[in-house]
Design a protein around this ligand. Structure first.
Ligand code: PRX
Length: 635
């Protein structure tokens, strides 16, 4: 167990140095000691970022579900694997043991196989946070099908784009979902989406809200009766280390979403190792990550990382504010949660409410607190530290991305001294670089630049589904031989990293990555709209909110404009989902453009954030006069 659990700072530095000096030996030892393999690898790492091609544990054979489930059965078969906490606190929590998880996953695997899903086929999973979601993910992995989970807040159109992009032949969904006091008609959304997806032959429907749904004959089936008849064992498919485990879509700054493809072996090794160290998980701890499995955080740190360590992982169906603002803390007390991992936006929302919601609950079980998804501001960090951690649970501010598969920069709790708003030090094996505008690496400390990674790590995405060139162009073309993250960062005097935010046209709203281009495309489809530009502006709770500058084909009277604002947001909801709705919409006579026709977002960002004192040189614009007009009317 030596290298698997980092005990002090000296050990961290020692291991870090080893992971840089002898990366192959370092990861080989971890892989060898802590996982079960059907066949050993012939080479630990091959890589070439100029293509880019990366292979970890070449020729090894395994099935990740044997590592996440089977191998635990004889030692912790009766331990809770998944602790399901429903949306409604009056509904009973479910403790799904490793034994039960095994039979549920095997039954689901048999159902998929019976429906003709084969190794390598893509299956779209569009489910709320109910146990069937984790079970479906694992069942796909067990039969070697590639899962593509789509967050169940995305619209029909966003869903169909994702289904078609990766050519899924099956969709697993539910009749609907509970979200706070609301229900959402998921099956209706799937029906609408599938009008555009000719390749989908079967839809399996889990029952959750007991609503009336239309079932299309020959295509749709209720899931439960099929599971009831299915056999509770299934021999796991033997997978190659580099076989794709899943596709997960993330927004790009341009064009359609990018289906990031993750591998089997490297992903498993890295998510398991980071989980163990960054959450300091001990046997019998109860770990809770509040993310949705529809995002990478849920894949890596609700499902795969925790289960590969034999952990108890909480799956929460609901929202932090229902039925009251104390829901999170009530759950921490109820299940005696030891590690709690959430997003800054949730902390900011709850910090606005009375402390009574916190103080009513016994939070003494907590040992480690985590944040992810966006920079955490100092105020939120202190609120979390004072009121939830009570100064005794270290906060791990974890920086990573859908593309990185696992956490890349983070303190190690009880090991790395924390500083508010700093993600601190690279995790073992992670070789960071900050680049200046000329493309040179910034050496030494107290520097700020663009954050890159200069050496492969096991859980990095291997490609974008169906578009390897885009993978190269997006991540490997900006700097020679380096993965470019899209983020800016500072390195302070002691070598700690602080993420300063995106440097591209991705905006992070409530921890969700949103590309400006797809939102603008959605707006521009409205018949009254000529052109639009979206920028982010600071928001107390969401971190950033969206501000749309829209040119109309005709300037109508103001009542008509009010309706148009609603219609534009409706349009966005239909194309993408409610998470991408605009907080402010300003109708403008023109957009500031360079002489080559590029929108000057820098100026729009300043106007949106109310900072118009120093717009810089606008004389080079094609149309400097529109800037004045926009400022005059700004909201
Ligand atoms: O800008 C960074 C921000 O979230 C982006 C990645 O988003 P996504 O792929 O959706 O994955 C989110 C969950 C891993 C990053 O490029 N980000 C993520 N974590 C942090 C962060 N920004 C600052 N601090 C963080 N801890």
């Amino acid at each position: 167990m030596s290298n698997y659990s980092i005990k002090n700072l000296e050990e961290y530095f020692q291991l870090y140095r080893k992971s840089v000096r002898e990366p192959e030996t370092f990861w080989e030892e971890i892989a060898e000691e802590h996982f079960v393999w059907r066949k050993r690898w012939t080479k630990v790492l091959q890589w070439d970022f100029s293509k880019p091609e990366v292979t970890w544990f070449e020729n090894a054979k395994l099935n990740i579900t044997e590592n996440c489930i089977d191998r635990h059965l004889h030692i912790r078969g009766d331990k809770t694997a998944i602790l399901f906490e429903p949306n409604d606190p009056k509904e009973k929590a479910q403790h799904i043991t490793y034994n039960e998880l095994y039979s549920r996953v095997c039954k689901m695997a048999n159902v998929l196989k019976d429906k003709g899903v084969k190794k390598g086929d893509r299956v779209c999973i569009y489910l709320p946070m109910i146990p069937e979601l984790a079970v479906s993910v694992l069942a796909c992995a067990r039969i070697g099908a590639v899962h593509s989970v789509v967050f169940a807040g995305f619209s029909a159109q966003a869903l169909s784009t994702r289904i078609n992009d990766s050519d899924c032949k099956m969709v697993i969904t539910s009749d609907g979902s509970f979200r706070g006091s609301k229900t959402i008609d998921l099956k209706g959304i799937v029906d609408l989406a599938l009008e555009e997806c000719k390749g989908v032959h079967s839809v399996l429907v889990a029952k959750r809200i007991n609503s009336e749904v239309k079932m299309k004959q020959g295509r749709d089936q209720w899931l439960q009766p099929l599971l009831d008849k299915a056999k509770a064992t299934y021999t796991a498919e033997v997978m190659d280390a580099e076989d794709p485990l899943f596709i997960l879509y993330t927004s790009g700054s341009t064009g359609k979403p990018k289906g990031m493809v993750h591998s089997s072996a490297g992903y498993m090794v890295y998510t398991a190792y980071t989980f163990k160290n960054i959450f300091k998980y001990q046997e019998n701890d109860v770990y809770w990550c509040t993310a949705d499995i529809g995002w990478i955080t849920g894949h890596s740190y609700i499902v795969y990382g925790p289960l590969a360590n034999g952990a108890t992982t909480v799956m929460f169906e609901g929202v932090p504010t229902y039925p009251h603002y104390g829901r999170f803390w009530q759950i921490v007390e109820k299940h005696k949660v030891n590690q709690f991992y959430t997003a800054p936006t949730a902390i900011r929302a709850l910090a606005k409410e009375s402390l009574d919601y916190v103080d009513k609950h016994d939070l003494s079980s907590l040992k480690v607190l985590g944040t992810v998804g966006e920079p955490i501001n100092e105020e939120a960090w202190h609120w979390y530290n004072n009121n939830i951690g009570k100064h005794k649970s270290p906060i791990v501010d974890t920086w990573w991305q859908t593309e990185t598969g696992g956490i890349m920069i983070s303190p190690i709790p009880y090991v790395t001294p924390t500083t508010p708003t700093f993600a601190t030090l690279p995790f073992i094996g992670v070789q960071l670089a900050l680049m200046d505008e000329k493309g040179e690496e910034l050496k030494g400390n107290q520097v700020e630049g663009r954050l890159c990674i200069k050496f492969p790590w096991p859980s990095m995405a291997r490609t974008i589904w169906g578009d390897h060139k885009r993978y190269f162009d997006t991540y490997f073309s900006a700097y020679d031989n380096k993965y470019f993250t899209g983020d800016g960062a500072k390195r302070d005097a002691v070598g700690y990293y602080r993420i300063t935010g995106r440097v591209d046209d991705v905006i992070i709203v409530s921890g969700h990555n949103l590309g400006t281009a797809p939102i603008e495309d959605a707006i521009n489809e409205h018949p009254a709209v000529a052109e639009s530009a979206i920028v982010g502006f600071p928001h107390d709770i969401k971190g950033n909110a969206l501000y749309g500058f829209v040119i109309l084909k005709e300037i109508g009277e103001s009542r008509k404009q009010e309706n148009l604002r609603k219609e534009i947001n409706q349009q966005i909801t239909e194309h993408i989902g409610p998470i991408a709705k605009l907080d402010k919409i300003q109708f403008v006579p023109g957009l500031p453009k360079t002489r080559s026709g590029k929108i000057m977002r820098r100026i729009l960002r300043k106007i949106a954030s109310g900072d118009t004192s120093n717009l810089g040189d606008i004389s080079t614009l094609l149309n400097p006069e529109v800037v004045e007009a926009i400022i005059e009317d700004a909201q």
